[in-house]
Ligand binder design. Structure first.
Ligand code: GNR
Ligand code: NI
Length: 168
């Protein structure tokens, strides 16, 4: 059990593209347990390995209010269920204290491996669908602030630079 350090924007390591997990073993399960500890401690509803500087395709999610729906996504991929999109206010543990509306697919069909390495499929909408897309973006080095207008992104950058000056 360990709380891992979460990288913060504009740390360039958040731009790393994660590599495919070849074997789901005890070492990986230890990482997953630490990621859950880190996510619940933060607190957040999802965490991608990229955010803790591990560049492998691993995500943990729990959108429940009482920590009862832990989801493990290894080598995830998804397809939108329809062309419908919806905006939702998003935040990110790597961009603390900043929230903005992001348009994403309303529903997605997810394919991934669970913590035993078994494949599963899941259909999601609402918050879970947004979270899946947000976390899969992290594995590609993409952050939700990338979808904002240049002006808004510049404001986020300034805010984060100020934060890092005062907490360094
Ligand atoms: O805690 C989080 N909340 C959230 C809200 C709306 C859409 C996505 C998220 S994910 C975020 C945690 C995080 O940064 N995961 O990468
Ligand atoms: Ni995030």
């Amino acid at each position: 059990m360990a709380i891992l350090n979460i990288l913060e924007f504009p740390d360039e390591r958040l731009r790393t593209k994660a590599t495919v997990v070849e074997s789901v073993d005890d070492d990986l399960r230890r990482l997953i347990d630490d990621m859950f500890d880190t996510m619940y401690d933060a607190p957040g509803i999802g965490l991608a390995a990229t955010q803790v500087d591990v560049h492998r395709r691993v995500i943990v999610i729990d959108v429940s209010e009482d920590k009862t729906q832990p989801l493990v996504l290894i080598n995830p991929s998804y397809t939108p269920i329809s062309d419908e999109r919806e905006p939702m206010q998003e935040g990110c543990l790597s961009v603390p204290e900043y929230y903005a509306d992001v348009q994403r697919a309303l529903g997605v069909r997810l394919n991934a491996l669970d913590r035993d390495g078994n494949p599963y499929t899941l259909e999601a909408d609402g918050l879970l669908a947004h979270c899946i897309q947000h976390e899969c973006d992290h594995l590609e080095g993409v952050l939700f602030v990338d979808y904002l207008s240049p002006l808004k992104r510049e404001r986020v950058l300034k805010k984060m630079q100020k934060r890092h000056r005062s907490t360094a």
